[in-house]
Design a protein around this ligand. Structure first.
Ligand SMILES: [Zn+2]
Length: 492
């Protein structure tokens, strides 16, 4: 299905509208002497649609950032085909399903540009530790002993539940067994860019570079062209991947025109390590080896300098800003204002839910990004609500190369949308809907989550996930993981 196939439907709608006035005019031209036969009312031709969503207001996040009053969004084959008034929608369209959200504002689904979804199963396993201790004593041992296809399916399903409930419709993932991650995401119905993560050290699912290439090639081959899932290659970082590994990842991604997801300049320690090894910054090193390009999404970028930013802008690399993770891990403050000024597409992410956040909440990502920028610049005017909403939607889509598909509510785009119920006292009164959404709304206000025209969260329950089974599986994994750590390290 592509945008072109929408046009005949739109043309049909226009023709149906023209038909009625022209018939009326013909009837009026008939004059006496003979009494006019009683005109037969023109049959009202209604076009069939799959779904009509009636919203109290619509935040389109289109290029003009239009905010519409009460509106009806017409959806066919998973795509938005028209946005009109409810009265006109009733006159023109007949839909198999109608969803009323008159007390809600409908907006594009949120786009989380950086996470490690399956790590939900290790949420809270060890917090408030120095990064290396957290990784080496807890995360790496727990991953080594537990990460498997079953683990990633259970963890990703739990993550999808959380994201869908909270209004995220698209996410980018870096983890292992991404083919199994894809199976879980496909079942849940979200949209995702899924990057098989490579390290020089043996990783779950592939111990060597050759194995990583083989596994990832099979993953890319299986999932390329999928309507909702974009397979990707994710070399972990410059300090964990050799030049050979980085270039092999790029070559494979180039072969499949796939995105490249990578951590870049997250900590000061990373800067020091790369400086010691290569005598330069991670970004300049990546540029020197020819790694950078428009399909690269760099996560974090906390320690980027002006020269790095210029390079990222020139090479059209996108940046995923993860303010909550950077704060929780004490990594620093990413130069988001400078990045945006330099012309780098800057989107938002949460990072993994184990230790570095600890959730997948994109409303918090917006709120934290805004406040962190303001307190750092000592200027409340920077990163206003409108910019935050753009970063969480259309700029996220742009960063992931999906902006022709998702990120705004416009005819021709996929129906990836959410409704935010404005009933809570915390959200009243409303002076400026952008402020309400960026600074007051929370995950619990989301009253509808839809991806590709399919309802995943209806305001009360998940439509595609067995919630009880997913929560039970997470509890069982907690026992297994806990036991694996105790068995291996009784002294802790
Ligand atoms: Zn990360």
């Amino acid at each position: 299905m592509n945008r072109r196939s929408l046009h005949p439907l739109a043309a049909l709608a226009a023709a149906a509208l023209l038909l009625i006035p022209s018939l009326t005019a013909t009837a009026q031209r008939r004059k006496t002497p003979t009494p006019a036969p009683t005109p037969t009312p023109a049959p009202v031709v209604k076009n069939p649609a799959d779904l009509i969503v009636v919203a109290g207001a619509v935040l389109t996040v289109d290029p003009a950032f239009r905010i519409l009053g009460e509106s009806a969004i017409i959806i066919q084959d998973g795509y938005i085909i028209e946005i009109t008034s409810p009265a006109e929608a009733d006159a023109k369209w007949t839909a198999a399903e109608r969803i009323e959200r008159k007390g809600s504002v409908v907006m594009p689904g949120l786009v989380n540009t950086h996470t490690h979804a399956a790590m939900t199963l290790m949420r809270g396993i060890a917090d408030d530790k120095p990064l290396m201790e957290w990784l080496e004593k807890w995360i790496f041992p727990a991953e080594k002993r537990n990460v498997s296809p079953d683990f990633v399916q259970a963890g990703t399903t739990l993550a999808c539940m959380e994201m869908v409930r909270g209004g995220t419709t698209t996410f980018a993932d870096m983890y292992y067994y991404e083919s199994d991650v894809a199976t879980a995401v496909a079942a849940c119905g979200m949209r995702a860019v899924l990057g098989e993560t490579w390290l020089d050290a043996p990783a779950p699912g592939h111990a060597t570079l050759e194995e990583a290439q083989k596994v990832t090639r099979a993953f890319l081959t299986t999932w390329r062209g999928n309507r909702r899932i974009t397979p990707a290659v994710a070399p972990h970082a410059v300090y964990t991947c050799s030049k050979e590994t980085l270039l092999a990842a790029k070559a494979l991604a180039d072969e499949f025109s796939a995105p490249l997801l990578i951590h870049v300049s997250e900590t000061q320690d990373e800067q020091k390590r790369v400086q010691a090894k290569y005598g330069t910054t991670p970004v300049r090193f990546l540029d020197q080896i020819g790694f950078l390009g428009p399909r690269v999404v760099a996560a974090h970028g906390v320690w980027l300098d002006a020269g790095d930013l210029q390079l990222l802008a020139a090479k059209k690399v996108s940046l995923s800003h993860n303010p909550e993770s950077n704060m929780k891990l004490g990594s620093g403050v990413a130069p988001v204002l400078a990045a945006r000024k330099a012309g780098v597409v800057t989107a938002l992410g949460t990072d993994g839910p184990a230790g570095s956040n600890n959730d997948l909440d994109m409303w918090e990502a917006m709120d934290f990004a805004g406040k962190l920028a303001k307190v750092t610049a000592l200027d409340p005017t920077v990163l206003p609500a409108r910019d935050l909403l753009r970063m969480a939607t259309i700029e996220g889509a742009k960063a992931l190369g999906l902006d022709r598909v998702t990120g705004s509510i416009e005819p021709g785009k996929a129906a990836d949308l959410i409704a935010v119920d404005l009933a809570e006292p915390r959200l009243r009164p409303v002076y400026d809907i952008t402020s309400t959404l960026a600074y007051s709304a929370k995950e619990s206000d989301v009253s509808l989550t839809m991806v590709d025209g399919k309802v995943l969260w209806d305001g009360r329950k998940w439509r595609t996930i067995d919630a009880n089974a997913a929560v039970k599986a997470a509890a069982e994994w907690r026992e297994k993981i806990q036991k694996s750590l105790k068995d291996a390290a009784p002294a802790r």
